[in-house]
Design a protein around this ligand. Structure first.
Ligand code: 0RA
Length: 345
C-alpha cells in the first residue's frame, strides 16, 4: 500500500471512521439485526451482478468462528487501476462509501434504500475482510482490517473461472450483543431474494455444523411461487396466481395475485428487492386499480349485477378481502420516505 497520505486517502479514513463511530446510522443497529444486515449488503452486490445477467449462482456460507463467505460466479470486481484515484477498482469498491459497484449507470442498483450502504461499510465494521476475484485467467486477493487495506491486490494464482468471493468477520467491539448469525433469519431473506429474482440459484450453507448442510433456494416461478407459498394449505382462486409483468419508462412491474378463503389482506410490496413495509405510491396505485377494474367488470356483467343494489359499488376492503399479492418493482432511482425508508415516494 502506498505510504503517502494524500487527500483521497485521508477522505477514505475519515469515511471509515464515520461508519465505526456511528454504525447505527449506516446499518440500522449494532444488535443482531445490524449484524445480519452485513450479509444482506454483501449479497445484494452479487444479486445485482446476477440481475445484470452475468452470474447465475450466489453462495452464502456461514463458516466456523462467525465468519461469512459470499461467493458469486459473475464477472469479478475489476482489479485494474482507476485512472484518477490511483487505486484498484476493487479497493475503491471495498473502501469508499457509496462506491458499491455503481459503475454501470442504468442498472437497478439500490440507491438510498433501507441502508443500501455497500460493502465498504461491512468492511469498516469487520475485524478483517478478504476479497478474492477471479477474472482474465488470474486469481487476485486483497485483505483489509477494520476497513483499511492490509495488502495490495495480489495475484495468487491462475484460473479460467470468474467471480467474486468476499469473506469477513464482524467486529465484536461493534456488535457487542452477538456476532453469531441465525441460520433461519438469514434463510428467510435469502428465500425472499430467490422468489424476487426468479431463476437465480442461492446456495445457503451452514459450515459451522459437524456435517455442513446446504440448501438450494431457486424458484423458476418467481413471485408466483411466493404467492403460492403464502397461500400454502388454503383453498384458493384461481388455482394458479394471476401474473402481470410490464415494463414502462425503465420501470419493471411484476404482480402476482391469488385469493384464499380467509378475510385477510396479505399484500407484500418490494422495490429493487427492498420490502416497502410502509407501502407507498405503488401500493396505492395497485389498490385503486384493483377496485376500479373489478367495478368495471361488475358493471359489464348483467348477471352478476342482479345480486347488487342499484349503483352499489365494490369497496376497496371488499376486493382485498382474502387477497394475497406480491408486487415487485424495479425502479432505476427510487425515492424512499419515512422513518425507516420503507415507503416508496
Ligand atoms: C462493476 C463492474 C464489473 C463488475 C462488478 C461491478 C461486480 C461487482 C460485484 C460485487 C459482488 N460481485 C460482483 N461482481 C461484479 C465488471 C465490469 C467489466 O468486467 O466490464
Amino acid at each position: 500500500m502506498s505510504a503517502t497520505y494524500d487527500a483521497g486517502n485521508i477522505q477514505v479514513l475519515k469515511g471509515l471512521e464515520a461508519v465505526r463511530k456511528r454504525p447505527g446510522m449506516y446499518i440500522g443497529s449494532t444488535g443482531p439485526r445490524g449484524l445480519h444486515h452485513l450479509v444482506y449488503e454483501v449479497v445484494d452486490n452479487s444479486i445485482d451482478e446476477a440481475m445484470a445477467g452475468y452470474c447465475d449462482t450466489v453462495t452464502v456460507a456461514l463458516e466456523k468462528d462467525d465468519i461469512v463467505r459470499v461467493e458469486d460466479n459473475g464477472r469479478g470486481i475489476p482489479v485494474d487501476m482507476h485512472p484518477t484515484e490511483h487505486v484498484s477498482a476493487l479497493e475503491l469498491v471495498l473502501t469508499r462509501l457509496h462506491a458499491g459497484g455503481k459503475f454501470d449507470k442504468g442498472s437497478y442498483k439500490v440507491s438510498g434504500g433501507l441502508h443500501g450502504v455497500g460493502v465498504s461499510c461491512v468492511n469498516a465494521l469487520s475485524t478483517w475482510m478478504e476479497a478474492t476475484v477471479i477474472r482474465d485467467g488470474h486469481i487476485y486477493r486483497q485483505k483489509f482490517e477494520i476497513g483499511v487495506p492490509k495488502t495490495k491486490v495480489e495475484e495468487i494464482g491462475n484460473s479460467d473461472a470468474h467471480g467474486t468471493t468476499i469473506r469477513w468477520k464482524a467486529d465484536k467491539t461493534i456488535f457487542t450483543e452477538t456476532t453469531t448469525y441465525d441460520y433461519d433469519v438469514l434463510k428467510l431473506r435469502l428465500r425472499e431474494l430467490a422468489f424476487l429474482n426468479k431463476g437465480i440459484v442461492i446456495k445457503f450453507r451452514d459450515e459451522r455444523l459437524e456435517n455442513p448442510k446446504e440448501e438450494i433456494l431457486k424458484y423458476e416461478g418467481g413471485i408466483n411461487e411466493f404467492v403460492k407459498d403464502l397461500n400454502e394449505g388454503k383453498p384458493v382462486v384461481p388455482p394458479e396466481p394471476i401474473y402481470i409483468n410490464e415494463e414502462k419508462d425503465e420501470v419493471i412491474t411484476e404482480i402476482s395475485i391469488q385469493y384464499n378463503n380467509s378475510y385477510s389482506e396479505n399484500i407484500h410490496t418490494f422495490v429493487n428487492d427492498i420490502n416497502t413495509r410502509d407501502g407507498g405510491t405503488h401500493l396505492d396505485g395497485f389498490k385503486n386499480a384493483l377496485t376500479y377494474v373489478l367495478n368495471k367488470s361488475l358493471d359489464a356483467n348483467e348477471k352478476l349485477k342482479k345480486s347488487f343494489e342499484k349503483d352499489e359499488k365494490l369497496m376497496g376492503e371488499d376486493v382485498r378481502s382474502g387477497l394475497t399479492a406480491v408486487i415487485s418493482m424495479k425502479v432505476p432511482e427510487p425515492e424512499f420516505e419515512g422513518q425507516t425508508k420503507e415507503k416508496l415516494g
